[in-house]
Design a protein around this ligand. Structure first.
Ligand code: MLT
Length: 270
């Protein structure tokens, strides 16, 4: 992993390969490691860049962030832009974001459009939170700050994977549980507060002007197929694919299928 300086802190970034650049932005509450099935394979053909977002993996929150502060999706998008500059990636990139990484992608598309060649949106949402969902996030933030991440690590994987993954790929489920357990409570809480306040971007979708690929796991219980299809329908010219035998973590559950979709899409933009 490389270290990139952002203000007073270091951001940890995976950066391998050469050619067209794909920027992978992870989901919550994970790290760049959720993309390992993509990074190890696609680095043979593309430059693959995968930061740990602020407060996750090897990237701390900015110094002085208090327990009740938030990490906004805009701040995370701005961090990604700084990472690209620091790595001297001059040409526009394809941003591939999963779930929270998709929320970051919307902000990146709006505020850093000059750096964007294409978008891949995996298992994400364009709508904002309902007041109830936002309240649940704030409660989770308070809980982890008081009690740590164990309860979230125990409960969350049940919702993330397809039934078949729980049965046949238990090592992936265990790995994600470990990642959540190791996440800093402050980082997790700040991201929850940031997501609770994120914008509803559905009205932005018709203005997205870069080629876009939308991918969703057939059994995604968090960002269901119909919701993802509506996102694809609203973005001019977007392609839409459902990945079988996958849930919310489609790239981790079915890396072969997802890698083919990504490689064909990015290859077609060359
Ligand atoms: C994620 O996978 O990033 C989360 O499901 C996002 C969220 O909590 O909305």
């Amino acid at each position: 992993m490389k270290k990139v300086t952002i203000g007073d802190r270091q951001c940890s970034v995976y950066d391998k390969g050469s050619g067209a650049t794909i920027l992978f932005v992870h989901g919550f509450p994970l790290s760049h490691a959720m993309w390992r099935g993509q990074l190890e394979t696609l680095k043979a053909r593309f430059r693959v860049v995968a930061p740990d977002l602020r407060g996750f993996g090897g990237s701390p929150l900015p110094a002085g962030v208090e327990a009740d502060e938030k990490s906004t999706m805009r701040q995370m998008a701005d961090d990604c832009a700084v990472v690209l500059d620091a790595l001297q990636i001059a040409g526009p990139v394809v941003l591939c974001g999963l779930s929270m990484g998709g929320y970051v992608a919307w902000q990146f598309a709006k505020h850093h459009s000059g750096k964007l060649r294409g978008l891949i949106l995996c298992d994400t949402k364009a709508a904002g939170d309902t007041p109830e969902a936002a309240e649940t996030r704030r409660k989770m933030a308070e809980h982890v700050l008081k009690h740590g991440t164990s309860a979230v690590a125990e409960a969350m994987p049940a919702k993330l994977f397809a039934q078949v993954t729980h049965k046949e790929q238990q090592e992936i489920v265990a790995e994600v549980r470990k990642t959540i357990e190791a996440t800093s409570p402050q980082g997790l809480a700040a991201a929850q507060r940031g997501m609770a306040e994120r914008e509803d971007v559905r009205s932005w979708l018709p203005n997205i002007a870069v080629p876009t690929l939308v991918i969703v796991g057939r059994e995604d219980a968090i960002s269901p197929v119909d919701e993802m299809r509506a996102i694809a329908d609203a973005i001019p010219g977007a392609k839409f694919h459902v990945v079988e035998q996958a849930g919310h973590m489609a790239p981790l559950e079915q890396p072969g299928d997802v890698n083919t979709l990504i490689a064909d899409f990015v290859g077609s933009l060359a």
